[in-house]
Design a protein around this ligand. Structure first.
Ligand code: URA
Length: 433
């Protein structure tokens, strides 16, 4: 078999066989196929697309390109969630304790912030002492004991995705549905959970800019998961605006604690309850109405909050911070952004707000940057609210005073004011099962 023939076949609109896809993935991982041939094939896939069967084969070849996690000792209770990435997205911090307080087992790997989007691992590390690099023995022992553990991606899991993702990032081939679907699902399959719920985001802060393309991606991933014997569903959610009110690592953990105390932003609570309901319903085989009642009860009874504290403490974090969030690191400086005229907020562009938060120190501009855990933004107003000239739109937090000028400009570029109250946008577009 020659990789040249595989590239040519795809370029000319052909359908690759299982053997050809396996040959490509094996050769790319062991280095016999160079980057330039892999990029040519990615570009051909970007233009020509892949059939369902090809996408499934690509996913399986990538999932088996390295180690896989064996969670079989936990039976069929293992659950996982995946968000395609957004701004203010702290849902894992809330969903994990809700579902594990209900007996689901969440043994999960999460990522760090990427570009303008935040990452669960960075957020968890804002809690003093929290260890995101447990050894496999510590990881399994904790899951066994309390039903939840979240660590960074470790070991030799899906090396094909690691290589291909980095290549796609620099060859303008990220936003291809078969390539995204296989990238995400290969990692989820290798991570071993029986139930997988995907939060597929659309809008300015997401990879998929429209609900229609998000739906196409969601359907592809759900099909792959179900065909591989995993209970899979996808919730398509709005990322035109940030989720909740807080953006930035410590600020987001504090907001998650607020929701677990049954307070906090309604949009954030609703997305979390919807995701948790899907997880509980699929893993237990019960109706969504029953699962919703259970997840709401876990939240309002305080059981999810107790589980959160248990989880934080088990992973070495200071559990007192959960009871007293004032202990989280505080930024040296704050700055209030004011409205410059009257009007209704018609738009709060999530991507621009994510970038403003990175400029304040909450994310990395380069791979090796250190994060300012206290940095970020708390929104005072959201899309649909009326503001009068001089009202505070948001407070910016940073240990670098010089960052405020640029971040304020970027923040204001995200806001659009109109004279007429805008229509309410749907928060949950669709659920695909
Ligand atoms: N997230 C991933 O893990 N892979 C992609 O290709 C896009 C988003």
């Amino acid at each position: 078999m020659r990789v040249y023939d595989i590239i040519k076949k795809k370029r000319d609109g052909g359908e690759l066989s299982t053997a050809e896809i396996e040959f490509f993935i094996k050769g790319y991982v062991d280095g016999t196929i160079p980057d330039y041939q892999a990029s040519a094939l990615c570009m051909a896939i970007f233009y020509v697309g892949m059939t369902e069967r090809e996408t499934a084969d690509l996913t399986m070849a990538m999932a088996h390109s390295g180690d896989t996690v064996d969670l079989s000792r936990f039976g069929k209770d293992t659950v996982d969630k995946h968000s395609t990435g957004g701004v203010g997205d702290k849902t894992t911090l809330i969903v994990a304790p809700i579902v594990s307080s209900l007996g689901c087992v969440m043994a999960k790997m999460s990522g760090r912030g990427l570009g303008h989007t935040g990452g669960t691992i960075d957020k968890l590390e804002s809690v003093e002492g929290f260890n995101t690099a447990l050894s496999p023995e510590e990881f399994f022992a904790q899951v066994e004991k309390i039903g939840v553990a979240v660590v960074g991606q470790t070991g030799n899991l899906t090396p094909a995705d690691k290589k291909l993702y980095a290549l796609r990032d620099v060859t303008a081939t990220v936003d291809s549905i078969p390539l995204i679907a296989s990238s995400i699902m290969s990692k989820k399959l290798a991570a071993g959970s029986h139930t997988i719920v995907l939060d597929v985001k659309y809008g300015s802060g997401a990879f998929m800019k429209t609900p229609e393309t998000a739906e196409e991606l969601a359907r592809e991933m759900v099909k792959i998961g179900n065909n591989c014997g995993r209970n899979t569903s996808a919730v398509i959610t709005n990322m035109e605006r940030p989720l909740g009110l807080n953006i930035g690592n410590a600020l987001e953990v504090k907001e998650a604690i607020d929701v677990l105390n049954n307070r906090g932003a309604e949009d954030l609570k609703e997305v979390c309850l919807t995701l948790a309901t899907q997880i509980v319903s699929l893993s237990r085989g019960i109706s969504t109405a029953e699962a919703r009642a259970l997840t709401e009860d876990a939240l309002t009874s305080g059981r999810a909050l107790l589980k959160f504290k248990e989880w934080i403490s088990a992973q070495g974090g200071n559990g007192e911070w959960v009871d007293n969030p004032d202990l989280f690191p505080k930024a040296d400086y704050t700055y209030e952004v004011k409205a410059t005229c009257d009007g209704y907020i018609a738009k709060t562009d999530a991507e621009a707000m994510g970038i403003a938060s990175v400029m304040l120190g909450a994310g990395r501009e380069t791979k090796d940057d250190l994060i300012d855990m206290s940095a970020g933004i708390i929104l005072n107003k959201k899309t649909g609210d009326f503001v009068a000239c001089g009202d505070t739109l948001a407070t910016l937090y940073s240990c670098n005073k010089k960052a405020f000028e640029g971040a304020e400009k970027r923040f204001l570029s995200a806001i659009e004011l109109t004279a007429v109250k805008p229509e309410n946008e749907a928060l949950i577009y669709k659920i695909i099962q």
